[in-house]
Write a protein that binds this ligand. Structure first.
Ligand SMILES: NC(=O)c1ccc[n+]([C@@H]2O[C@H](COP(=O)([O-])OP(=O)(O)OC[C@H]3O[C@@H](n4cnc5c(N)ncnc54)[C@H](O)[C@@H]3O)[C@@H](O)[C@H]2O)c1
Length: 383
């Protein structure tokens, strides 16, 4: 097994999840350096996770030992720092969103091609045990032919838990850039590419109160819509209703539910790695036409849990996309969270924004294949 030397750029909240999971589960990935624009944050992270080198961003880019850099800086820096990482000859794994527009995503990916390095991007949650199991059941025809999916990301923003919530309400952020990628990558990996989009946006209020961290007690002015409702038509003909919101305190909407001519599959949360799919088969409903007995009536009311068919890393986990990238470098193959998928997801986000701003349908220009599914029965550190 080849071991890859990894550097982390951006030593904030999510770097700790990456580091904990990579160290615990992915032996192929050896994080040897971390960096931050604020060197003290890099030093703190290095001492917490026993990382050899704490660097400035420039020092990280200049370290010849580092092969892959994971970019965990705020979204506003992803394009520029992604370029710098590629120019330094390193493979890049970027947190989402990859870029604010299809044009910029393509420029970064073209640069990577010219420099001969590979690129991967979060969300990698579609590679998790829960969503891969859901895909297995879907492909096996458990609910017949799918025709409709509803996905609902309903939260009340990040200012109740994130120490630095301000960037989440700046241009090119908000729920569309921050949370829709999880849902869009799950949708595309399960049911294939998007063809067209109709969307509307809303905003519950202009300002947000910060509850925690150094800015607690102050207000943030929002630069972006904090709610989007959209309808997507997939190339397969499946219709998707996707709502993403930072304005909802509580909801009974399902987070992720797929409807087919043979039943319904439901899934807890595409932002999480683990998650038990549940099924409702059409017989549970039609049986009661003939059998009005207790047992049939009980089955009519229930969704049934389906086993997860892949190793469950953790409920909330990050890092499998970096393993996917390292494996693709080693075997000279295409990683699953690859450039074509990145461009399609980036365009879908932009398309939702354009449709709601212009009040018209958006026709997608890019397309992609569904990423290869994982093989059931593998080990936790195999992809
Ligand atoms: N926080 C989460 O739960 C979470 C979950 C999944 C994905 N993400 C994504 O991860 C990324 C980082 O989020 P976060 O919550 O860790 O943010 P954060 O603000 O906690 O950390 C970002 C770090 O990047 C550093 N930084 C800023 N500009 C830099 C630059 N030019 N060069 C080097 N370092 C720089 C900051 O000093 C900070 O330490 C975002 O893209 C976010 O969407 C976050």
């Amino acid at each position: 097994m080849r071991i890859f030397k990894i550097g982390i750029l951006g030593s904030g909240v999510i770097s700790r999840t990456y580091l904990a999971d990579i160290k615990a589960f992915y032996k192929k990935l050896d994080v040897i350096a971390c960096a931050d624009i604020n060197i003290e944050l890099a030093q703190k992270l290095a001492s917490e996770f026993d990382i050899k080198k704490a660097y400035t961003p420039e020092e990280l880019l200049n370290d010849d030992e580092v092969e892959i850099i994971i970019n965990l800086t705020p979204p506003q820096f992803h394009v520029e720092l992604g370029r710098q990482i590629i120019m330094a000859g390193k493979h890049l794994f970027s947190e989402k969103p990859f870029a604010p527009s299809l044009k910029e995503a393509k420029e970064v990916l073209d640069l990577a091609k010219a420099k001969g390095v590979k690129v991967g991007c979060a969300p990698d949650t579609f590679l998790s045990s829960g969503l891969q199991s859901l895909r297995y059941y879907l492909d096996a025809g458990l609910i017949g032919k799918p025709f409709f999916l509803t996905a609902n990301m309903t939260t009340f923003g990040v200012e109740t838990w994130h120490p630095n919530p301000v960037p989440f309400y700046k241009k090119n952020s908000g729920p569309l850039f921050d949370m829709a990628p999880y849902y869009l990558s799950a949708i595309v990996s399960l049911l294939g590419p998007i063809e067209s989009i109709a969307a509307f946006d809303a905003k519950a209020g202009r300002t947000r109160h910060i509850y925690v961290g150094p800015h607690a007690g102050t207000e943030i002015e929002t630069e972006v819509p904090t709610h989007y409702s959209s309808i997507l038509r997939l190339k397969s003909g499946v219709v998707v209703n996707l709502n993403v919101s930072f304005d909802i305190y509580g909801s009974n909407l399902p987070m992720f539910e797929i409807y087919g001519d043979g039943g319904t599959l439901t899934y807890p949360d595409p932002n999480y790695g683990g998650g038990t799919p549940r099924v409702y088969r059409k017989e549970q409903y039609t049986d009661t036409v003939y059998q009005k007995t207790g047992e049939a009536l009980t089955r009519k009311e229930k969704f049934y849990e389906l086993p997860e068919l892949y190793p469950r890393v953790k409920d909330y986990s990050r890092g499998i996309g970096v393993l996917d990238l390292a494996d693709a470098i080693e075997t000279n193959s295409e990683n699953r969270a690859n450039g074509t998928l990145i461009m399609h997801i980036t365009e879908a986000i932009e398309g939702i924004m354009i449709s709601s701003e212009m009040g018209e349908f958006y026709k997608m220009k890019t397309t992609c294949e569904r990423p290869e599914p994982l093989k059931p029965g593998g080990f936790i550190d195999e992809i």
